[in-house]
Design a protein around this ligand. Sequence first.
Ligand SMILES: [Zn+2]
Length: 301
Amino acid sequence: MQATPFIMECFPKTLDEFRTLFHSEEISLQFLFSKRWPNGFECSYCNWENKDQLPSKTMTCSHCGHPTSITTDTIMHGTKKPLSQWLMSIWWLTATEGGHSAKDLQRFLKLSSYQTAWTWLQKLRMAMAVADNKPCRETVELSSENIFFGGVPPAKATILAAAEIILPAGITGRIKMDVIGNLTQETVNTFLENNLLSGSSLIVPNYEAYLDNNRKNFITITSSSIYRTRDLLKSFEIWLNKVHRGGVANKHLQLYLDEFCFRRNTEMLPDKESIFNLLLAGVISRKSFSYKSIISKPNKE
Ligand SMILES: [Zn+2]
């Protein structure tokens, strides 16, 4: 017997609709199974395909005997919480505007542990970074600013930002932002390598860190009118201090940048369902994650 694919006929627009649709752990499992293995189960160890495998939380490969679970190698790896809670978190993050603190998630899911809520949000931010992985391309403005956040005295971080300029309208397209140690030619080149499509044209301030004569893969044009990325960095600073109220440590700042970029970039998608599916793809992707980097001391948000 072949597994029947789960088909979502109507994307839930409200929390009540969501709860009605994903009313049981079994339904959540079927949904996640069909999203993770749309063409039938495939062993992550030997790649053996078994299209007859029915949705199950744990499976043993009939070819190599390797055990797998629905959450193996995803950001949900090792979770003891219901799958429906993960789906509800993804839905909530993508259906609502602005961003949320770990306390908000703790209240929303009625979790007893702040630490769990904080770790889940950090993992979901990692999934956002995985999902929102298209580089900026063609004409791209670049600049950096110091931003200040947190308590008294505030922490400081240098952020490098890129924003596509979509011509001829001149509107801002995709954005990318990274924490950098210092603004140097080396950090700029690393940022370009990670975030921009080779061959793009760069619009940059007239400052030596942006002007590397040995850079071959980009055309660099200086401009005195750099405002897109500066506005973005200012918006990020306001968002960070408003939503997270100073509870963010410098070592975790990149994840908050990833969420900010994900939210901005997905504004271009046609509907909430597309954003939900994109984040879900990041959640169930087999990209390996460094858990140690996030499961350290949470900050109070
Ligand atoms: Zn196998």
